[in-house]
Design a protein around this ligand. Structure first.
Ligand code: B12
Ligand code: SF4
Length: 489
C-alpha cells in the first residue's frame, strides 16, 4: 500500500521536537513492505499548501496522522492546537479519499473526543508500530480493522461514552529489531533548531502520581531495551549526524535502579563522549547514581519533584517525601549535574503554607532552574480526574479537548502574584503560562549561536538571570487572556 505519514506538530517552544513516535511507526511500515512517504509540518511557511501538493503527487492509499500535543498544558496563557489539527484533517479529506488514521500521544489521551471533533476514519490508541501495520493489512485484505487491538473506528467514536474497552498493544519487546526511521525526516534540522536529538530506552511507568498521563499512555510497568542496543543507537546517531546532545524521552530514566546505571556503564566502557539529559525521579536517586550519570555525560536532569512539602507530596501521590527530594537535589548538584526542579502549585489540598514551604525549600536547595506550573491540567482517566468526578466537582465528559485546569480555590487568588514575586527574586524560575523565559525569536538566535541542549541550563549564567528578570518589568501576565478558550475548576 502507499502510506503517507503526517506529523502535525508545529510547536517550536521550548524547542521543535523531532517526531520520534512517527519515526517508529514509519520503521514498522517500511519493514512490512509498504511504500512510504512522510510529511512533517513542523517547519515551512505554508505547511497546508505543501501538504496538498504532496498528497496529490503521492496519491496515498492510507494516511497516518500523528497528533502529539493537545495543548501546552500551561495556565493562564494556554496554547491550544485543536484548530491546527482540524485544518490538517480537513485538508487531507479535501485532497483525497484515503482513510485518515489518527494516532500519537495527544490523540491517545482523548481518542473519542478527537475522533468526533476531527472526523477521523480510524484511530489507534497507544503504540502504533503493530496496530498500524495490522490495520494496513486488514485494509489491504478488504477486512474491517475494527477488531485490531488498539484500533478505534468512527462508529465507536459516535457511540455512547461506555463503548467497548480499548486495549492498546504494549508488547514487552517493543524495540526488538526496530529502530526509529529518521532518514525520511529532516533530523539534522531538528538538531540545528532544537538543540537535542531524542532516544527512548524504555516504555511505561510504575508510579501512580495523581495528575499524570504517562502510565495511561505507556502502561504501568517498565519495558526496557538492552543497554548495548541503546548505546548502539546513540553512537550511530552521532556518526550519522555529527556530535549532538540527546534527550532520553523516558517518563523517568533513573528508575528502576540499575537501568540508567547499565546505560552509563556501557557509554563509559566504549569511551564515548556524549552529552545527554533526561527526566528523573528522586526515588532511589543516590550519590552513586548521580556521579555515574555525570561521568557518562549527563549535562542536565529534570527532577519531577512537584512539591517540597510532605503533605502535598502525599496528596500528589508521590512516592518520596520532602527530605528525599532535598537529598536527590543535593546528590545531583554535588555530582556536578545541572538540575531543573519541576514543580506543580495549586493541586488539590494546596495551602498557602504548603506553597511557602516548597518555595523556602527550593531557595535552600539552589537548583540550576525551577519550572513551576500554575494549576494542574486535568486529563481523562488519571487518579486526579477520577477523584474530582467522584466528588462531583466536574462531569466526566467535561474533561476533554477544552483545556481544563484545577487550581485549589483557597490559593487561587494568592498564587499567581506570589509565584511571580518568587520568580523575580530567584532569577532562575520559569513560569510557563505566566512569564515565558524565551520567545521564539530569541530561541532562534541562541540556537544560531551554536548553543545546544536544554535551554534551562542557561540559568546558571548570571546574564541569563538578569535578562529574564527584565521580563518582569513588563509581565505578560495575561490575566486578561481569553477565558472562553479554557476552564478552571
Ligand atoms: C519527552 C517529552 C518531552 C520533551 C521532548 C524532548 C525531545 N527532544 O524529544 C520536552 C520536555 C521538550 C517536551 C516538551 C513538550 N511536551 Co512533552 N512529552 C514528552 C514525553 C515524556 C515523551 C514523548 C516521546 O518522545 N515519547 C516516545 C515516542 C516513541 O512515543 P509517542 O510519541 O507517543 O509515539 C508512539 C504513539 O503515540 C504512537 N504514535 C505516534 N504517532 C503516531 C501516528 C500514527 C498514525 C499512529 C497510528 C500512531 C502514532 O506510536 C508511537 C510509537 O509507539 C511525553 C509523555 C509520554 N510519556 O508520552 C510528553 C508529552 C508528549 N508532552 C506533552 C506536552 C503538552 C508538551 C509541551 C506542549 C509542553 C509541556 N508541558 O512540556 C511541549 C511541546 C514541545 C513541542 N515542540 O512539541 C504532552 C502532550 C499531550 C498533551 N497533554 O497535550 C505529553 C503526552 C505529556 C502530557 N502532559 O500528557 N516533551
Ligand atoms: S509523574 Fe513521573 S513518576 Fe509519576 S507517574 Fe508520571 S512519569 Fe511516573
Amino acid at each position: 500500500m502507499r502510506v503517507l505519514l503526517v506529523s502535525a506538530n508545529r510547536e517550536h517552544l521550548p524547542d521543535p521536537i523531532f517526531p520520534l513516535g512517527l519515526a517508529y511507526v514509519a520503521a514498522a511500515v517500511k519493514i512490512a513492505g509498504h511504500e512510504l512517504a512522510v510529511a512533517d509540518l513542523c517547519f515551512g511557511r505554508r505547511p497546508l499548501h505543501d501538504l496538498r501538493i504532496q498528497v496529490s503527487r503521492f496519491e496515498p492509499d492510507v494516511i497516518g496522522l500523528s497528533l502529539r500535543n493537545v495543548d501546552n498544558a500551561a495556565y493562564p496563557l494556554t496554547v491550544d492546537y485543536l484548530a491546527l489539527h482540524r485544518e490538517v484533517v480537513d485538508t487531507l479529506h479535501d485532497q483525497c479519499t484515503a482513510p485518515v488514521v489518527l494516532g500519537g500521544s495527544g490523540f491517545s489521551i482523548m481518542p473519542q473526543a478527537y475522533m468526533r471533533e476531527l472526523n477521523g476514519d480510524w484511530g489507534i490508541v497507544g503504540e502504533g508500530e503493530r496496530s498500524f501495520v495490522d490495520l494496513l493489512q486488514a485494509l489491504a485484505d478488504g477486512r474491517s480493522p475494527a477488531s485490531v487491538p488498539g484500533v478505534v473506528s468512527s462508529e465507536w467514536a459516535s457511540a455512547a461514552v461506555d463503548g467497548p474497552l480499548i486495549q492498546p498493544q504494549r508488547p514487552a519487546h517493543w524495540a526488538h529489531g526496530l529502530r526509529p526511521l529518521r532518514a525520511p525526516f529532516d533530523y539534522a534540522r531538528y538538531i540545528r533548531r532544537g538543540g537535542t536529538g531524542n532516544v527512548q530506552t524504555k516504555r511505561g511507568c510504575v508510579f501512580n502520581c495523581s495528575y499524570c498521563t504517562y502510565p495511561l499512555l505507556e502502561g504501568n510497568r517498565f519495558r526496557a531495551r538492552e543497554a548495548a542496543d541503546i548505546v548502539d543507537e546513540i553512537d550511530g546517531l552521532q556518526r550519522d549526524y555529527g556530535s549532538h546532545p540527546i534527550f532520553f524521552v523516558d517518563s523517568i530514566l533513573n528508575f528502576p535502579y540499575g537501568h540508567v546505571e547499565a546505560i552509563c556503564e556501557e557509554i563509559l566502557r566504549r569511551g564515548l563522549r556524549l552529552r545527554w539529559s533526561c527526566y528523573a525521579t528522586p526515588v532511589k536517586l543516590d550519590r552513586r547514581q548521580a556521579q555515574l550519570m555525570s561521568r557518562a555525560g549527563c549535562e542536565g536532569i529534570e527532577l519531577g519533584t512537584d512539591a517540597v512539602d510532605d503533605e502535598q507530596l502525599a496528596r500528589l501521590g508521590k512516592s518520596f517525601n520532602a527530605d528525599g527530594a532535598e537529598r536527590a537535589n543535593r546528590y545531583c548538584m554535588e555530582a556536578g549535574l545541572r538540575v531543573c526542579q519541576t514543580i506543580i502549585f495549586g493541586a488539590p489540598g494546596e495551602t498557602e503554607a504548603s506553597i511557602r514551604a516548597t518555595c523556602r525549600a527550593l531557595r535552600a536547595m539552589r537548583p540550576t532552574a525551577v519550572v513551576a506550573m500554575t494549576g494542574v491540567r486535568i486529563y481523562p482517566g488519571t487518579p486526579l480526574s477520577l477523584s474530582l468526578i467522584d466528588q462531583g466537582q466536574i462531569e466526566g465528559d467535561a474533561i476533554g479537548l477544552l483545556p481544563t485546569f484545577y487550581i485549589e480555590p483557597a490559593v487561587r487568588d494568592f498564587l499567581p502574584s506570589f509565584l511571580q514575586q518568587q520568580a523575580y527574586e530567584a532569577g532562575n524560575w520559569v513560569l510557563p503560562g505566566l512569564v515565558e523565559p524565551i520567545q521564539s525569536g530569541s530561541q532562534r538566535i541562541i540556537r544560531a549561536l551554536g548553543i545546544s541542549g536544554p535551554l534551562w541550563r542557561l540559568f546558571q549564567k548570571p546574564w541569563m538571570q538578569w535578562l529574564y528578570r527584565d521580563h518582569f518589568k513588563r509581565p505578560n501576565t495575561s490575566w486578561g487572556v481569553p477565558k472562553a478558550s479554557k476552564r478552571v475548576i
